[in-house]
Design a protein. Sequence first.
Length: 177
Amino acid sequence: MRNRKSARGFTLIELLIAVAIIGVIASIAVPGMLRARMSGNEAAAIGSLRAINSGQAAFSASCGNGFYADKLSNLAKAPAGATSFISPDLAADTSAKEGYEVNLKAAATTSASAADACTGAWKPTRAYYASAIPVTFNSTGTRSFATDVRGTIFFTSTATAAAPISDPIASTAVPIQ
């Protein structure tokens, strides 16, 4: 007669306990991973706004005659013999990047009278406003970001960074440190 204690393997109870432990560990880890992904999305949004500010400064200094591009597609146009002022992933007027929608707009009624020195095809503006808003608030990000000609990036903990375009950065917005 065989001794049952020498049989190898796991019992059903032992397997259920192992699965339960794995479930508890996963339930603890998943929210942390989602928060880490949102932090990465927010860092990418901030980086996009910094790239826009840098591109606008380069455009203004090189061929904008002190004026700025009025939209992302114009900022992405390269002058003759040079490279674009922003990367191709921001070249669409409304660019979706890492869970954020990135926009650039001219401030209201601030178009310059002179044509753009780079292409001559559009009129630059005296002021601009750029924003990065989560595509799905509380899923792709928990903060909205905005910047303007001052170059400071502000954030709010709401689903929109924009107030009326006459005062595009809300009074409750906080500058990023």
